[in-house]
Design a protein around this ligand. Structure first.
Ligand code: UD1
Ligand code: CA
Length: 461
């Protein structure tokens, strides 16, 4: 089976200035869902019909598919005709729309099985939908056989409340599809060449056209407007959440949790309210993601707890405690058994195992070993206003509170940096570095610096 995905429409009803099929649901462009469904159903020959925004769509679609251009948007039938060089008379072709992102590979496989079993020349897919506004409707003759698809704008008044809708999907044998396409006319309200007229043409020429009814209409929600985009996103979100429930993920309040379709979560993970998981995020077994954490493209190991934190392209090992209020920025790699606490920011740094930065620290462009302690307020001074420099802190080093490590600098293994030090030079192995002014106490001087206290009035008796 080959697939042709229509994605050339102007998407005017979205009221945005970029292609409709690139609008995202759960973190992925609508078109990509349709391609994924095809590929998961083992359909490898896929043609995407694009319009004037084709270059943008191609650039955003790193898939092994053919692109064909429809220079002028003369209708869905005309769009398929633009791909006719990719249709062989002996093919079976399924036509899908790039604006129906909820379509599944299971459905595509069932559709093919239905066509094979019935040896139909054409199969259209119907469903019942609560609000059929905007969809084409399927009419039947007195025997209940398929008669025609009538577009919403072409409905007669007595047909308005038919809620058997055309999902837009058509499976046809190649030669019959070509037969129908070249006979299309545009005598309709929109003066377009409707793909939806092909089944009627085939039927009237004696070919067999069957209707495949599918109960779950959510798979076929078409997105023409921002409101429909949100409806599709809500349906998809529920589908994603159900998949994680089935995989043994505990989601405390699924109505407040947002998980992109690309996220992987192992069994035994708990997600607290308000969690947002985006992109290529992966979470290992029995980890806990606490309330209001936002993780993008981050990989979390097993039995790690993350509370109220923001992670972007970060990697965290097993048995770690992150947060509350930790910010892990791109290039962060944290080993196992680490504790990175409140108001600690880590950027582009690799941190070993059993290392702690419990509060108020900044670790940027650093290589930190195992069993290191970063005290409260300790920072790497990685930027001199011109270039970023590297800090190396070897195993078992101790960085006291409020230390500035002025990069480039190395603290060798077992080194101890005294609190309040500003370190500009290498700290040798097992050495104690104290880089601060010695304290002097001047007896009585404090009193001279203070304003003389006003005499307190005695209260009247
Ligand atoms: C279409 C169907 C309608 C069905 C509905 C399901 C037609 C005429 N109507 O209506 O029966 O109920 O989908 O969602 O097919 N496109 C092109 N080139 C064009 C026009 C459209 O490639 O010249 C693409 C669009 O990018 C879109 C798809 O075809 O991905 C459907 O077009 P759209 O205008 O959204 O059709 P609907 O009005 O939704
Ligand atoms: Ca549509």
């Amino acid at each position: 089976m080959k697939a042709i995905i229509l994605a050339a429409g102007n998407g005017k009803r979205m009221k945005t200035n970029f292609p409709k099929v690139l609008h995202t649901v759960s973190g992925k462009p609508m078109l990509h869902y349709v391609i994924d469904a095809c590929q998961n159903a083992n359909i490898t020959d896929i043609t995407v019909v694009v319009g004037k925004d084709g270059e943008k769509i191609k650039a955003a679609t790193p898939y092994d598919v053919n692109f064909v251009e429809q220079a002028e948007q003369l209708g869905t039938g005309h769009a398929v005709l633009c791909a006719k060089d990719n249709i062989d008379p002996t093919d079976k072709v399924v036509i899908l729309y790039g604006d129906t992102p909820l379509i599944t590979s299971d459905f595509l496989q069932n559709l093919l099985a239905f066509q094979e079993k019935n040896e139909a020349h054409g199969v259209i897919v119907a469903t019942k939908i609560p609000d059929p506004t905007g969809y084409g409707r399927i009419t039947t003759n007195a025997n209940g056989d398929f008669s025609a698809i009538i577009e919403h704008k072409d409905l007669a008044s007595h047909q308005q409340n038919i809620n058997d809708i055309n999902t837009g999907i058509l499976l046809a044998t190649g030669s019959e599809l070509l037969y129908g396409l070249i006979r299309l006319e545009n005598h309709n309200y929109q003066n377009e060449y409707y793909l939806t007229d092909v089944p009627k043409i085939l039927k009237n020429s004696g070919y067999s056209v069957l209707v495949h009814n599918v109960a779950d209409y959510t798979q076929f929600l078409g997105v023409n407007s921002q409101k429909q985009l949100e409806e599709a996103a809500t349906a998809l979100r529920q589908r994603i959440i159900n998949r994680h429930f089935e995989n043994g993920v505990q989601i405390i309040d699924s109505s407040s949790v947002y998980i992109d379709s690309t996220v992987e979560i192992a069994a035994g993970v708990t997600l607290h309210p308000g969690v947002i998981l985006q992109g290529e995020t992966k979470i290992g077994e029995n980890s806990t993601i606490g309330a209001y954490s936002q993780l993008a493209n981050s990989v979390i190991g097993k039995t790690t707890t993350i509370r109220n934190s923001v992670l972007e392209s970060a990697i965290v090992g097993d048995h770690c405690q992150i947060g509350p209020f930790t910010y892990l920025r791109p290039g962060t790699e944290i080993g196992d058994y680490c504790r990175i606490g409140d108001f600690v920011e880590v950027k582009n740094s690799v941190i070993g195992n059993h290392t702690t930065a419990a509060h108020l620290a900044y670790i940027g462009d650093a290589e930190v070993g195992d069993r290191v302690n970063f005290g409260c307020g300790a920072i790497t001074v990685n930027y001199n206003g011109v270039v970023k420099n590297k800090t190396i802190v070897e195993d078992d080093a101790f960085i006291g509170s409020n230390v500035n490590l002025i990069a480039p600098v190395v603290v060798h293994s077992g080194g101890f940096v005294a609190a309040g030090s500003t370190i500009t030079d290498e700290v040798p192995q097992d050495a104690m570095a104290i880089a601060r002014q010695r304290q002097t106490n001047k007896e009585g001087l404090a009193k001279k610096f203070k304003k003389p206290k006003k005499a307190t009035k005695k209260s009247k008796k």
